[in-house]
Ligand binder design. Structure first.
Ligand code: 3HC
Ligand code: NAI
Length: 681
């Protein structure tokens, strides 16, 4: 049984127990429907409390059922059945009442919640709209402005905020079930409020819908669901309940089968799969209650900010007092910026800085639980840092490097207790970008690796396990995409055309704009080091630009020209001349937007396939997370691997072979060819 009934006097308690998150599978829907029928028929019952066992109230429809045909009882019918029950239902909420879970709660006559609970309609994040009356009932309970904000952003409200907005009738401080039963008894002594389906929507201010449409369209960019959700809510405000409900259901069903919804579902499950590596099941992580960062540069300051945001007391170590001052100033600038944008309060910004101890003395690290190193990308400098850390820190402290390209095995060589060492590769800006590549060495202890995953959760990051390989996962793919972008220039495209094509695909910036923003110098140094190791590194144009000091925006020019104080990229004659010189001997062709995207995307997928094949990534969906959370790949496309599967892997392989025939890319690798034969990775 997933839903059971017990009686406390005239109050019946329906308990849902359907782990892990009480999602509304067909079996649960049926049992709840039957419970409503049975309780209506039972004269001893005067009111019903609906409560859930486990970590949460009903977290929504069962997303795993979305690829199958819907089976009755359908969720809207269940919600309507509860709403029309002869006995009033009280939803007793703990954890999260989300999506269909909140819609069931909206069908109940009352809602009570513990203070830590949250409620919301996050469907747009899955590329759909609420499908069981959420857009129609919510604006009958909260004001239209609040309801529209909740539904079009998918953001939940905590219990107290929800109470203020009118969504929760009471916040229960003590035992939830006892409190809900008391609430139900008290409610029986008063006239019942009308069901939401019988209430009107208070019309919003003049011009509200037009303004909301602009705001939602700007925020959603190419995502379809938020504007569709807004259309449903407008219908809820302007049409009768039945018409609006039918319109919402129709919209929900159409979106559920859409490519965007499939992509967003894929990412939802990919994120959960990456978080809990099966081989770490049952491995206890080490507790992390304090942290230190070595190096307060671009990355160190960002990592320090992320650790402080998670509430950890922090020690910042630099090589000298001046660098320490600069590091603290960077950190302060991050918190001040967050306060200015209203992300945190001014008090919180002050508190974040108050929790930082700044020092140049490693002796301060004697009792710290975690150290993240973010000093210069230089093997000897890093080795020296870890020798000092190994001597200064507890032997069970976790020691991590944020290196981008160096081999963590070599950084850790010779340190005592190497089992406490691993790579934690953050992405810039580290307090914003959600990706964290977790890179164990052969010596890393399972509990240290598990600690990396727990840390990611504490920092609200998306962890992806990566093997040791030049650039791990993300930067290894980046090298290929940059080389492809240059091949496009050598065969007739312009930087502006390539950037526009990739933006058109959905990336926030094109490959050349990104390089100008981040700087061309570091990548040029990487290539020089790679060539010194005997490796090839294809970037003939970027090499020439770096050689003449065109490092990007910071030097006034890179792939584009910039005017002082203006970040607008302008085509550069110097760059055009260099491209023309380097292009000698390359075949020229006319590049359309789609072909340019193909010529970057499919070699990216090919390299990613090699990365999965050689074990650097555990699974194709991890590649999608790396690209989405580290490089701005549009989430609604599902990541490159999902996108390739949806496009057809056989077609991808054919396109790659065609580019290979022209000397523009490698042919499809064996792993990709095998996946193409199966139709999936
Ligand atoms: N359907 C199916 N499985 C779900 C699920 C759902 N709605 N929500 C979570 N799960 C699964 C996860 O895949 C995971 O499975 P795994 O253990 O096999 O990996 C497990 O439940 C635990 O999930 P989390 O790791 O996310 O657990 P947390 O405790 O960190 O978070 C949560 C709990 C806040 C409830 C979070 O799971 C969540 O946000 N879930 C999604 C909520 C949601 O989007 N609901 C709307 C669904 S669409 C809908 O309801 C349509 C309706 O309008 C008709
Ligand atoms: P940075 O040059 O901005 O900062 C390095 C900091 O380390 C400087 O403040 C310097 O004073 C300090 N430092 C140098 N030697 C030190 C020592 N012995 N002890 C204490 N502090 C010392 O460099 P950035 O960009 O922050 O990079 C740091 C590390 O992070 C590198 O390994 C880099 O490869 C990696 N990384 C960089 C990313 C980026 O986008 N910049 C992204 C991901 C990783």
């Amino acid at each position: 049984m997933t839903a059971s009934i017990e009686h406390r006097g005239e109050i019946a308690i329906v308990t849902v127990d359907h782990p892990p998150v009480n999602a509304l599978s067909q079996a649960l829907r049926r049992q709840l429907y039957e419970a409503a029928e049975r309780l209506d028929a039972d004269p001893s019952v005067k009111a019903v409390v609906l409560v859930c066992a486990g970590r949460t109230f009903i977290a929504g429809a069962d997303v795993g059922e979305f690829d199958k045909p819907p089976r009755p009882p359908h969720l809207p019918d269940l919600v309507a059945r509860i709403e029309r029950a002869e006995k009033p239902w009280v939803a007793a909420i703990h954890g999260s009442a989300l999506g269909g879970g909140f819609e069931v709660a909206l069908g109940c006559r009352f809602r009570v919640a513990v203070p830590s609970a949250s409620v919301g309609l996050p469907e747009v994040r899955l590329g759909i709209v609420p499908g069981a009356g959420g857009t129609v009932r919510l604006p009958r309970l909260a004001d239209v402005e609040t309801a529209v904000d909740m539904v079009t952003t998918g953001s939940p409200l905590r219990a107290r905020e929800a109470q203020e907005a009118g969504l929760i009738d009471a916040v229960i401080e003590g035992d939830l079930v006892a409190g809900a039963v008391d609430f139900a008894r008290a409610a029986l002594g008063r006239p019942l409020p009308p069901a939401l389906g019988d209430r009107p929507v208070a019309p919003p201010a003049e011009g509200f819908w037009e303004a909301a449409e602009k705001t939602v369209a700007a925020r959603a960019k190419r995502e379809v669901a938020p504007l569709k959700a807004l259309a449903c809510m407008r219908r809820a405000a302007e049409a009768d309940f039945e018409t609006a409900t039918a319109f919402e259901r129709e919209t929900f069903l159409a979106l559920r089968g859409s490519a965007q919804a499939a992509a967003l579902r894929h990412v939802f499950f990919a994120e959960r799969a990456a978080t809990r590596p099966p081989e770490l099941a049952g491995v206890a992580p080490r507790p992390i209650k304090s942290a230190a960062v070595i190096g307060g540069g671009t990355m160190g300051a960002g990592i320090a900010a992320a650790l402080r945001d998670a509430g950890l007391p922090l020690i910042l170590v630099e090589r000298d007092d001046l660098s320490l001052e600069r590091g603290l100033a960077r950190l302060r600038a991050i918190f001040d910026g967050a306060a200015k944008r209203g992300r945190i309060s001014i008090d919180a910004a002050v508190d974040r800085m108050a929790g930082v101890t700044a020092t140049t003395d490693y002796a301060a690290l004697a009792d710290v639980d975690l150290v993240v190193e973010a000093v210069f990308e230089d093997l000897e400098v890093k080795r020296e840092v870890f020798r000092r850390l190994a001597a200064a820190c507890r032997r069970d402290a976790v020691l991590a490097t944020n290196t981008s390209y160096l081999d963590p095995e070599r950084i850790a060589e010779g340190i005592g207790h190497p089992e406490r060492f691993l790579g934690l590769h953050f992405f810039s800006p580290a307090h914003v970008m959600r990706l964290m590549e977790i890179v164990p060495t052969t010596a890393t202890a399972p509990e240290v690796l598990a600690t990396g995953f727990v840390l990611a959760r504490m920092l609200n990051k998306v962890p992806v396990r990566a093997g040791i390989s030049d650039g791990f996962i993300g930067n290894r793919i980046l090298k290929v995409t940059r080389a492809q972008a240059e091949r496009l220039l050598l065969t007739g495209a312009t930087p502006a055309a390539v950037d526009a094509a990739l933006r058109g695909f959905g990336l926030p910036m094109g490959p050349f704009e990104v390089q100008d923003l981040g700087g061309l110098d570091i990548a040029a140094l990487q290539r020089r080091a790679a060539r010194a190791r005997g490796e090839t590194a294809f970037a003939p144009i970027a090499d020439r630009l770096s050689a003449i000091g065109r490092f990007g925006q910071k030097s006034g020019g890179g792939w584009y020209d910039y005017q002082p104080g203006d970040r607008t990229p302008r085509p550069s004659e110097t760059v055009a001349a260099i491209i023309a010189e380097e292009a000698k001997g390359w075949p020229r062709r006319a590049w359309g937007e789609a072909a340019m995207v193909d010529c970057i995307l499919w070699p990216m997928v090919n390299e990613a396939a090699r990365i999965v094949a050689d074990g650097t990534a555990l699974r194709a969906s991890d590649i999608d997370l790396v690209k989405i959370h580290g490089y701005g790949f549009p989430r609604w496309r599902g990541g490159p691997m999902h996108y390739a599967e949806a496009y057809g892997l056989d077609k991808v392989a054919d396109r790659l072979q065609a580019f290979a025939n022209e000397g523009l890319a490698d042919p499809p690798c064996d792993f990709l060819l095998r996946a193409a034969a199966r139709g999936r990775f």
